[in-house]
Design a protein around this ligand. Structure first.
Ligand code: DGL
Length: 266
C-alpha cells in the first residue's frame, strides 16, 4: 500500500502484518515498524482498503494529520468471520497497536466491526474511538420517496436494526448484503480493474425498484463502497449515495481539537 491522498506524511501499514498462523509474528512486525511512525498520529483500522475512503475524508479536513493505517487483509472480509473470532482478533490488534504507537485516537473504519463492538471497545480502552455506522439517519431525512436501501456486508446486526428503528421509521428500508462488492473495491485499488457485471448484478434489485420509482437513496454501509462510487452511479444513475466519511472526519477533527485544547490548558 502506498500513501493516502498523496500525503507524504501518511503511513499505510498492515499488509505484511497478516500471518493467520502466528499472532506473535503480528506483534514483531508491528514492533519493527514502530521507529518509522511519527508521534501525534491517529490509528485507522479496517479489514482492507475500505478505510482509505475514510482517510480521504479526514485528510480533506486535515491534510497534515499523521495516519497509521492497519489493513487486516489476511482476515478479510470481516463480514464472513464468526463474531467471537472477529472480536478477539480486534482486541489483540488494538492492544498491540496502542502499546506500540500511542495514537491520539482510533478510527474503526469498518461498519462490520463498529456495529459489533464499538461500545465494548470504548469501555475497554481509555483512548477515544470513532466508529463507522451506516448513515441511516441522513438517508431517511434525504429520501423523498421514503424508500431507502442499505448496501453493506453485514446487514442484520442489532445495532443496525436499532438505527433503523430510531431514525427511519417513516421509511421502508431494503437491505442488500454483498461481500462481492468489497472484493471489487480491493481489486480496483490493487490493479485498477472492476467487474462491472458484478456491480450490475448486485444492484439489480434496486434497479427494479427504481423503475417503480421507489428507492431514491442508498446508504453505503461499508467503507469499501465509496471507492466504487463512480461505478455504482454508472450502474444505477439517479439515486443519492450516502456514506459516513464526512461525518467521521468531522468527529475526528472535533476530538483532536478538544485534545489540543486540553494540552494547552495544562
Ligand atoms: N470496510 C469494511 C466495512 O466497512 C468491510 C467489511 C468486511 O471486511 O466485511 O464494513
Amino acid at each position: 500500500m502506498g500513501n493516502v491522498g498523496g500525503d507524504e506524511k501518511t503511513f499505510c501499514l498492515g499488509a505484511h502484518l497478516n500471518d493467520k498462523k502466528n499472532t506473535q509474528d503480528d506483534k514483531s512486525a508491528i514492533s519493527n515498524m514502530a521507529g518509522l511512525i511519527p508521534s501525534d498520529s491517529i490509528l485507522v483500522i479496517d479489514s482492507g482498503v475500505g478505510g482509505l475512503s475514510v482517510c480521504q475524508s479526514i485528510l480533506a479536513q486535515q491534510p497534515s494529520l499523521q495516519i497509521i493505517y492497519f489493513a487486516d487483509s489476511a482476515y478479510f472480509p470481516y463480514g464472513l468471520l464468526p463474531e467471537a473470532e472477529l472480536s478477539a482478533r480486534l482486541k489483540s490488534i488494538i492492544s498491540s497497536m496502542l502499546a506500540m504507537y500511542q495514537p491520539k485516537l482510533v478510527v474503526l473504519a469498518c461498519n462490520t466491526v463498529s456495529t459489533l463492538m464499538l461500545p465494548e471497545l470504548r469501555a475497554l480502552y481509555e483512548i477515544p474511538f470513532v466508529g463507522v455506522v451506516p448513515a441511516i439517519k441522513p438517508a431517511a431525512l434525504m429520501s423523498k420517496t421514503k424508500r431507502i436501501a442499505l448496501l453493506a456486508t453485514t446487514i442484520s446486526r442489532a445495532y443496525t436494526d436499532q438505527l433503523i428503528h430510531d431514525y427511519a421509521q417513516a421509511c421502508e428500508v431494503l437491505r442488500i448484503g454483498s461481500n462481492e462488492l468489497v472484493v471489487e473495491a480491493e481489486r480496483l485499488l490493487n490493479d485498477g480493474s472492476v467487474n462491472k457485471q458484478v456491480i450490475d448484478q448486485i444492484l439489480k434489485p434496486l434497479r427494479l425498484s427504481s423503475e417503480l420509482s421507489s428507492v431514491d437513496t442508498v446508504v453505503l454501509g461499508c467503507t469499501h463502497f465509496p471507492l466504487l462510487k463512480e461505478y455504482l452511479s454508472e450502474s444505477l444513475p439517479g439515486v443519492n449515495w450516502i456514506d459516513s466519511g464526512e461525518a467521521i472526519a468531522n468527529r475526528v477533527t472535533h476530538l483532536l481539537a478538544l485534545s489540543s485544547k486540553d494540552q494547552s490548558d495544562l
